[in-house]
Structure formats: structure tokens, C-alpha cells
Design a binder for this molecule. Structure first.
Ligand SMILES: Cc1cc2nc3c(=O)[nH]c(=O)nc-3n(C[C@H](O)[C@H](O)[C@H](O)COP(=O)(O)O)c2cc1C
Length: 398
């Protein structure tokens, strides 16, 4: 009998029993009433799969690329600060798990271990998540990321004001851990900080300065690395990013840890997918807890997904082995969901495998692609006109 964890829910339960309650609240917490946090997971459950058992899928291809870099599956570990709260090896073990599973990770500006220390583990592709820290500091961090072989810069834009995390306020939780803010410990960086700045103060008040769109050009000018913007939730902002030379977008609401009562991340993906029309790579995070969730995100236009809280659960139950377990469960579940849906390659997934709740629209480009495929089948006599017309009507339904 298999007594190990079988799902992310099993890992979550086990982790909860091991993590002190105030740290648990910090990790699990969303902002204010956590309406967005709960909606993130709920909406994945409200999207249903349409299984296609007749389609044969003996061989399945899960590998893909992100900005040209190979990953063995469309699942990466997301950027988050404070991994040593749950395991002393923190981001080093997170990176080890990514390396073992042949996938990538995003490293937070607020990581406990420095970007150079994490680079030494050798996971690839590594993406440096950037909080804008003022021009001089930002320039140095970006340069260090480039020198340490990071594959891209990921600018987080969704926290223009401090996050109202009521759980932390209630618990009087101070987010200071032993090795916290590894990226700010070097003398070179410290020289750029205001005099007498203590690391602990920076952790409590992260140096995240909102960046105007007009400054994206400046940021891009600092590096030859591609730029991903994290925290985009509307077609308007996606278009602005596209017009300003951004290379990829991470559709994210920070796991509901910033403004509350917004749409879930997966609900916003279709409008963004339509806005960018395949001209930029799209990724998504927030609320992904199973392989079916991942398949749904890919079907709505994401090229890959990032995992947030579950990596903390994995770290807590067994360091890099625990995170590896999280990733391998998701991989297995994705493989199974593809099998049921008749999908042989993640590159062929589109919205036709989904039954969406009424308020969510099929991205138009995916619908049109599907109609073209069906027209081909109709011409080849493989489906009847009646089937063609009724499916077409379904796909075009507003
Ligand atoms: C404890 C914690 C710390 C985080 N720190 C950061 C951070 O430093 N930078 C960032 O861009 N996002 C940060 N995030 C947000 C994640 O990158 C991601 O957007 C979110 O966790 C995804 O939602 P999920 O947890 O439901 O998977 C953090 C999330 C958590 C849970």
C-alpha cells in the first residue's frame, strides 16, 4: 500500500501539522477577506474537462520551452520570499528540486539565499524576479542576475502598496528569518541602501517602488535578458506591455495576496490571451493545485504555469525531496488528464477540451483554430456537416 502523499492536498495537510501556525498563516494568507485567494482555486474547479476516450494517446509529450529554454514539463517553481521559514536550506533546496525535475524556477528579490548562491545549484532556466528597488539598486541586481546566468528578468508589478495581510497583523507576525534577504547582504548592495538600514527593516517594508510603464524602456536597456512582467490581469495592461517590448507575461494575482475581491487568475487569462494573439509567451499562477488545473490553464492560452504555496508545503515535509514530490504529482496528474482528454502533446491543447462556466469566454483565436481543424475533418468526410455546424455554434457562442 502506498502510504506517501498522493495529492497536493495530502502534502498540504502534512505540512500544516509541521509548520508553526503564524508561519502557516503567513504562507497561506491572502489579503483582507481572502476572497480572491479562494476564488483562484474555486474557478479551476468550475471549469470542467470534456474527456475524449476514443482519441488514442499512447505517447505524450509534456516538454516545452520557455523563452527558448527547454523544460521537461510546463510547470515551474514560482518566485516567493522566505523559503527558510519552512526549511533551513530554503531556496537552495527549491532550486535542487527544479534541477532534479529538469524544469525552471523564478527566484524572488526577497529570497533568503542570494541569487548567486542559488545559481550554484545549477537549475535551469532560472528567472530573477525583480521588485523595483530604485534605479541604482535595481541596476545592480539586474547586472548580478545577468552575470550569474539567469535566463530572464521577471518584474512584479502588482504590489504598488503594502499588502493588507490581516492574518499577519493579527498574529503580529514579523517575517524575519535567519538568512533573510540574501540579495541585500553584500557590501556592494548595502552601500546603495539608505544609511543605517537594517535588513530586518527592509524585510518588513520591502523596497518595492511602483514602476511606470514609461520606465520599462529604461529597465530593458539595463540588460540583454528577456523581460517578463508578473501580475498582469487585464487586456489593457497586456497590450501596454506588448507595446513596450516586454517578452512574456505572467498572468497572476499574487495568489490573492495583494488587492482582494478581483477575478481569479484563470478567469482573466482568456481576455489576455486574445489581446496578445500569440505574440508574447503567456504564463499563469495563482490557485493551481492539480494536473487538471494545469491542463485547463494551457487550454486557455498559457504556455506554462508557476507554482506558489505548494512549494512551501513540499519544502516543509522534506526539503528538496518534498518539492520534487509536489512537482512529480503535478506531472503525473497532468499526464493522466491529457490521456483522458485525448491530447498527445501539450502544444496541441486548446479550449475545445473545456466546458467553461457561462461567464468565461473561449479565447477567440483558439476557437477559430478549432473551427479550421473541424473544417478540415469535414472536407475529409470524417465528420458530418451537422456535427460541424453544432460544434461551430458552440465555439462561437459569446
Ligand atoms: C509566502 C509567499 C511569498 C511570496 N513572495 C513573492 C515575492 O517575493 N515576489 C513575487 O513576485 N511573488 C511572491 N509571491 C507570489 C507568488 O509568486 C505567486 O504569485 C503566488 O503564490 C501564486 O499563487 P498560489 O500560491 O496560489 O500558487 C509569494 C507568495 C507566497 C505564498
Amino acid at each position: 500500500m502506498n502510504s506517501g502523499p498522493l495529492s497536493l492536498q495530502d502534502i498540504e495537510r502534512q505540512a500544516k501539522s509541521l509548520i508553526p501556525h503564524n508561519v502557516w498563516d503567513f504562507i497561506e494568507g491572502g489579503s483582507q477577506d481572502m476572497i480572491t485567494t479562494h476564488r483562484n482555486t474555486q474557478q479551476y474547479n468550475d471549469i470542467k474537462l470534456r474527456p475524449r476516450p476514443f482519441l488514442q494517446t499512447d505517447e505524450k509529450k509534456l516538454s516545452t520551452t520557455i523563452l527558448g529554454h527547454f523544460i521537461s514539463m510546463p510547470i515551474l517553481l514560482g518566485a516567493s520570499g522566505g523559503h527558510t521559514f519552512v526549511h533551513p536550506n530554503g531556496e537552495l533546496d527549491t532550486a535542487q528540486a527544479a534541477k532534479d525535475m529538469n524544469t525552471g524556477l523564478a527566484l524572488s528579490t526577497s529570497s533568503d539565499y542570494s541569487l548567486q548562491e542559488v545559481a550554484e545549484i545549477g537549475a535551469h532556466p532560472r528567472i530573477f524576479q525583480l521588485y523595483h528597488c530604485g534605479r541604482a539598486l535595481t541596476e545592480l541586481l539586474v547586472k548580478q542576475a545577468e552575470d550569474s546566468g539567469y535566463a530572464a528578468i521577471m518584474l512584479t508589478v502588482d504590489c504598488p502598496v503594502p499588502s493588507p495581510m490581516e492574518g499577519d497583523l493579527r498574529n503580529q507576525f514579523h517575517k524575519y528569518g535567519g538568512a533573510a534577504l540574501g540579495n541585500f547582504k553584500s557590501t556592494k548592495i548595502r552601500r546603495l541602501l539608505p544609511p543605517n538600514t537594517k535588513i530586518v527593516d527592509m524585510w518588513e517594508r520591502p523596497p518595492n517602488i511602483p514602476l511606470a510603464f514609461t520606465e520599462l524602456e529604461w529597465l530593458k536597456g539595463l540588460t540583454t535578458l528577456p523581460l517578463i512582467v508578473k501580475g498582469i490581469r487585464t487586456a489593457e495592461d497586456a497590450t501596454l506591455c506588448m507595446e513596450n517590448g516586454v517578452d512574456g507575461l505572467l498572468v497572476s494575482n499574487h495568489g490573492g495576496r495583494q488587492i482582494d475581491t478581483t477575478l481569479s487568475s484563470i478567469e482573466t487569462l482568456p481576455e489576455i490571451s486574445v489581446a496578445v494573439q500569440g505574440k508574447m509567451e503567456l504564463y499563469i499562477d495563482s490557485g493551481i493545485r492539480s494536473g487538471s488545473d494545469i491542463l485547463k490553464a494551457l487550454a486557455l492560452g498559457a504556455k506554462a504555469v508557476f507554482i506558489g504555496r505548494p512549494l512551501f508545503w513540499g519544502l516543509a515535509i522534506g526539503g528538496s525531496m518534498g518539492v520534487r514530490k509536489v512537482l512529480s504529482i503535478l506531472r503525473t496528474e497532468l499526464d493522466e488528464a491529457m490521456g483522458y482528454s485525448g491530447i498527445s502533446s501539450i502544444e496541441h491543447v486548446d479550449a475545445a477540451i473545456l466546458s467553461l462556466p457561462k461567464h468565461m469566454k473561449v479565447p477567440r483565436n483558439a476557437a477559430i483554430r478549432k473551427i479550421k481543424d473541424m473544417a478540415l475533418l469535414l472536407n475529409q468526410g470524417k465528420i458530418t456537416n451537422q456535427v460541424f455546424q453544432s460544434n461551430k455554434a458552440k465555439l462561437l457562442r459569446p
